[in-house]
Design a protein around this ligand. Sequence first.
Ligand SMILES: NC(=O)c1ccc[n+]([C@@H]2O[C@H](COP(=O)([O-])OP(=O)(O)OC[C@H]3O[C@@H](n4cnc5c(N)ncnc54)[C@H](OP(=O)(O)O)[C@@H]3O)[C@@H](O)[C@H]2O)c1
Length: 311
Amino acid sequence: METIVQHGDKTVLVLGATGQQGGSVAHALNAKGWRVKALVRDVHSSKASAMSANGIDTVRGDFTDMQSINIAMAGSYGVFSVQPSSGQGVAYGVTDDDEIRYGKAVADMAAANRVHHLVYSSANAAGPNPTGVGHFDTKSVIEAHIRGLKIMHTIVRPSAFMEILMLPGMGIDKGVFTFFMRPNQYMQFIAVADIGNIVAEIFARPTKYDAQTIEIASDSVTGSELADKFSKAAGFPITYERFSDTLLEKNAFLSNLARLVDHGRLAGNADLDALKSKFPELLTIDAWLASSGSAALKAAIHAKNTDVSLR
Ligand SMILES: NC(=O)c1ccc[n+]([C@@H]2O[C@H](COP(=O)([O-])OP(=O)(O)OC[C@H]3O[C@@H](n4cnc5c(N)ncnc54)[C@H](OP(=O)(O)O)[C@@H]3O)[C@@H](O)[C@H]2O)c1
């Protein structure tokens, strides 16, 4: 039977709270009246201070000091778990082994602390068969570990974020947007804001989502459709091309991702109709471009002559 949690007195510990996913989840839970404890590495950072000003408790913790996370978790009803990955390059200096160790340890601690509901954020390419891409296969290992624990849990597998479309170097400034899919191939994307709203709904209905693995996305578009949407929002013509063979030949990281998009795995297989009925607030690309994506689009238009920063 589906139970809706009376959550006013319940605390969710949100990891990665100064980041995209954790920030979105902390914001959505806070807006819906949950008590949120945001795990941050620096309680004095501007992002941590902004969260405190919004009524979110911040608590210091670091994956490299698991005891700090254990202390932060004590008494929490729920935990939102997300880890940085090797796919983010040098940003966090995390190896695939680190990511697996952190993700498993958080789940073990949640079970040991008798946390009621663990929500783990994976990625859409994760699954039973390896992809050959380190930072996706890490997530499959963490997922399997969580499924083996005695804890109520839900695994979400987000598609590529809409936000990455606006990373510098993709050519929007030159009027030629380049990305992974073929011009007429569909790829799914999720607005980071939707991750928070979906996860908040999952925490509100734990029995409905217990032991489920849900691939999540907000919209599905072809390369050519994206270019049309970007042109309309930017006010000047933008065409679409797949990343060039020359670029893919010299960049093994991008080439591996392109291979997974070609095979469909990274293009996404979320059931958008089912998601829309469960989570009606999902943002289409158009709606995202008209809201939080607007500033990102303006920045991309003015980011002149940069290399592809996706790595
Ligand atoms: N980009 C995509 O399209 C996409 C799609 C699906 C899945 N993913 C996955 O999403 C994950 C990243 O999530 P995100 O984009 O939300 O991350 P993000 O915005 O880069 O933020 C990373 C967060 O992790 C925190 N962090 C870094 N090192 C830490 C440590 N040693 N201890 C504690 N916290 C630490 C950061 O805190 P500080 O502020 O202190 O640095 C920050 O809050 C990756 O695993 C990636 O593979 C990405």
